[in-house]
Write a protein that binds this ligand. Structure first.
Ligand code: COA
Length: 444
């Protein structure tokens, strides 16, 4: 059957898709920029005839009514692998959400261990003449769910870039397609501050030419990318493909000529499992053979990452204690984001030949108080806040960087760790940190 006929045979409307949802169903949605906005915008319309429907999401980009509205409680339940601003608000105010602890490379497989999805909803490009669509901006768990779900419904969005790698799927694997050409969710560029630049420079100084890099989410990783402009022959093996990486490629910093001795996997390709950024990034990815968007259970597997040469992982955190325990995903017990691939990439990088991992943070945070004022706190703390989730275990910590310098933590005693961390804390908090460290015996 030709491609047009395959497409026509599968075309349904959003109403048809909604009518397939039944009480107690388990639905999984594609993540971030790949989320199907047509279905998500109207999912709440099924609320008058269903209850207890679980919808698994990861970094949802819009405040959809099906989980923002408190009236949806008992109808829909957003089980999230990674929180963003909307789901944080809904968790607090609507009681319609809960977080699923996960290492990103295992998110899909762990979920399938307990829940077979009835429906997977996602997005794709228009089919090519052979009947293949591209899952475009991510296959972190999407490919796995397409294989496992009873019913697969994808929205065909002509704005989605056609990426290569594990994203290419034949229409025979998809049950239904919905025509929905819509704007792709974007993550605005975060401006780079002076502190970001200082941190970026410390890290860039420790990254050797010929390294393979991973950058996480936030302003600091963007600054690191900007500081890598003078490096040579870098490779990319990352969870998230970002705008900063496009700049590095365009500046000629990324080598795409295969280096058989050094790159052992997917030589010559920039490897990621999802992409999120601006239109500039999405245009760059369209039909770009230099980029391979591969399954998250492979890209983020520490044993895969470890095969790269000089793999460097750079992530940020919310708080670190004086022994090196890192919390990047919660403020006390309140879920802020997710573990994502922080532990995956930090562990993988340290196992790679010549690899390093960095946790970068500002020395202080300015925290909104209930009365609207702001209070400055040290992000290097004697102890993590009560109830905080440990994102990176202290035994997996390597370099910690603030605007005051670099603390090397690997193989170092708690006595020495505390001293090194205090030396890169904000000067206003150093005496207090030392006093607290002595009180509990971290410094002896
Ligand atoms: N105590 C209390 N609140 C704190 C805090 C602390 N120690 N540190 C920061 N905060 C607050 C800030 O005040 C800010 O609040 P606001 O939104 O009201 O201003 C908020 O937390 C966010 O802080 P910010 O520093 O702006 O975060 P960011 O956007 O740079 O993101 C992470 C940083 C750590 C949340 C983000 O990188 C993340 O989610 N990481 C985990 C996943 C990961 O690393 N994945 C890697 C592979 S992609």
């Amino acid at each position: 059957m030709n491609s047009d006929n395959l497409l026509k045979k599968r075309l349904i409307t959003v109403d048809d898709a909604l009518s397939m949802i039944q009480s107690n169903f388990s639905i999984v949605s594609a993540m971030a920029a790949s989320e199907p906005t047509g279905i998500c915008t109207r999912l709440h319309e099924a609320a008058d005839r269903v209850e207890n429907v679980s919808v698994c999401t990861c970094l949802p980009m819009q405040p959809y009514k099906w989980y923002m509205d408190p009236a949806m409680k008992g109808k829909f339940f957003n089980e999230g692998w990674f929180y963003g601003p909307a789901i944080r608000k809904a968790h607090k105010e609507a009681g319609t959400c809960s977080f699923i602890p996960n290492h990103l490379h295992q998110a899909g497989t762990d979920r399938l261990y307990n829940h077979k999805p009835n429906i997977f909803i996602g997005t794709c490009t228009k089919p090519d003449r052979f009947g293949y669509v591209s899952l475009s901006l991510g296959v972190t768990y999407e490919r796995l769910m397409i294989e496992a779900a009873d019913t697969v419904i994808l929205e065909v969005n002509e704005n989605m870039p056609r990426t290569y790698g594990d994203t290419i799927v034949h229409m025979d694997e998809i049950d239904y397609l919905i025509d929905n050409t819509a704007p792709i969710p974007e993550l605005g560029e975060v401006p780079i501050s002076d502190k970001d630049r200082m941190i970026g420079r410390y890290i860039a100084d420790l990254i050797e030419d010929g390294s393979t890099i991973q950058l996480g989410i936030g302003g600091i990783p963007n600054a690191v990318a900007a500081e890598l402009m003078h490096k040579k022959d870098l490779s990319i093996h990352t969870e998230m493909f970002t705008d900063g990486m496009v700049d590095l490629y365009e500046a000629g910093v990324i080598g795409t000529v295969p280096r058989s001795v050094r790159e052992k996997i997917l030589t010559g390709k920039m490897v990621a499992t999802f992409a999120l950024g601006t239109k500039k990034l999405y245009d760059f990815l369209h039909e770009n053979p230099a980029v391979a968007i591969m399954r998250g259970d492979w890209v983020n597997d520490p044993y895969v990452i470890a095969q790269n040469h000089k793999q460097v992982s750079i992530n940020t955190c919310l708080e670190i204690d004086l022994t090196g325990q890192v919390s990047s995903e919660s403020i006390g017990p309140t879920q802020f984001s997710g573990t994502g691939g922080q532990a995956d990439t930090a562990i993988g990088a340290q196992k790679s030949d010549g690899g390093k991992s960095f946790i970068a943070l500002y020395s202080t945070a300015s925290i909104k108080q209930p009365d609207g004022t702001r209070k400055t706190v040290s992000k290097i703390a004697p102890h993590l806040a009560l109830g905080a989730a440990v994102t990176l275990h202290r035994s997996n910590i390597d370099h910690v960087v603030t605007e005051y310098g670099v603390a090397k933590m690997k193989g170092v005693s708690i006595h020495e760790r505390a001293k090194r961390l205090i030396s890169i804390a904000h000067p206003d908090f150093r005496d207090w940190l030392e006093e607290e460290a002595k009180k509990v015996g971290f410094i002896v």
